[in-house]
Design a protein around this ligand. Sequence first.
Ligand code: FAD
Length: 438
Amino acid sequence: MNAPLTYLDGFGRCTGGRAEVRGPVAPEALGELLAARPARGLLARGTGCSYGDAAQNTGGLVLAPATPAEITVDAGGGTVRASGSATFRQILARTVPRGLLLPVLPGTARLTLGGAVAADVHGKNQRTDGSLAAWLDSVELLDGTGRVRFLTPDQEEFRATVGGMGLTGVVLAATVRLIPITGTRLAVSSRRAGDLEALLAELDGARSRYGVAWIDTTAGGAALGRGVVDLADHLDEPDELAYAEEPGPRAPRLPFAPFTPLTARAFNTLWYRRAPRERTGTQSLGTFFHRLDAVRDWNRALGPRGFLQYQFAVPDGRHAVLAEVLTQLQRAGGAPFLGTVKRFGPGSGCPLSFPLPGWSLAVDLPAGGPRLHAVLDRLDRRVAEAGGRIYLAKDARLGRAAFDAMYGPLADWRAARARLDPDDTMRSDLGRRLGLCR
Ligand SMILES: Cc1cc2nc3c(=O)[nH]c(=O)nc-3n(C[C@H](O)[C@H](O)[C@H](O)COP(=O)(O)OP(=O)(O)OC[C@H]3O[C@@H](n4cnc5c(N)ncnc54)[C@H](O)[C@@H]3O)c2cc1C
């Protein structure tokens, strides 16, 4: 009898497919499963926070979660060793009371460490602290043949796995260096910027550890790219060290897409006008880093067709592409409703990692029809021509030619993957779409 298939999609809910889902599986049994080379391939999945099809293996096997969650904090050494299936929320609950913080915090704490390694995630401190790769002591990988590998940053196999979108094996565990904190509050200063130039100048001149800007994706003309810049640092004074999960209200599942060009504009205008010109204060870890987690399942409230996030990075000197993308998305009637800009510093050197020295813009917009996709295809070419790239963890639609132009022939990555997974067992929908696996 065939195993039942489960429908899996991404956070944007605009891609989806059915797969056989298993897990958690003990590492030894997992080794045997891989060694048996499942016919339609296998993929580890975390909590499905990637926006597109990165965590799908339609028609094949998906491990979700791959292994039981285990966390060991070495408070003296300032590190945590956690299994790939442990979530950031679970890890923070163990490290924060000991005055230790994960060094890279993406915009949600729901993700797993395995998903974070696979995407080489970055936070609001990428410019100052790099992405996760810079903080990993080791990655324990069950490779595509079922063999356990202990990978360290000096190895090509490590660099292929960090950012490798799950296509080199299953991350069993990783050891991350932590940063010491004396409390959980941050000093945050917010300042409104009237246009893109002012906003980028504010981020560029910042000397704080964390920096991010919300951008009004709907403003045009002289106000194009206006927004609010948030800069933050940890407070020095001792404070309560606690990290509690704060489950907020659940968003309703709407039968229609709430964002149209009109409502997206109204929402963004209101948000911009309500922001004070300048404000300083303190915020908790949860408020500063994981604001979007306050409303559970907000991605389900964006209509039955789901939504896309277009996140790209362009090198220093090519920031004009940000203005171009905003203008083109507005002209396409795409109803972009949420935008975020980050200043990036040097990348990690992992071939499939996203950050590069320059600028990143992420725009959320309802998943549209062929017209929107044609505009996005054109924008992909502009990003590639500028020497930039799309973030694979957010991507649901990039074509192979544009991907090749952005990430190059990837000879080192492909050679390392061939050593780790010679039979092409690790597979995903994203990998197939981009020519990274069969
Ligand atoms: C609200 C929100 C905000 C976000 N903000 C940011 C941000 O600021 N910065 C940023 O970098 N990212 C951000 N992300 C993206 C997110 O960090 C990445 O998509 C991350 O990979 C999700 O992890 P996950 O555990 O949900 O993995 P999934 O989405 O389930 O999987 C993602 C990839 O990881 C692989 N994977 C998962 N577990 C394993 C494992 N054990 N072994 C091997 N491979 C594995 C999968 O095969 C897949 O390729 C955000 C996402 C959301 C929803």
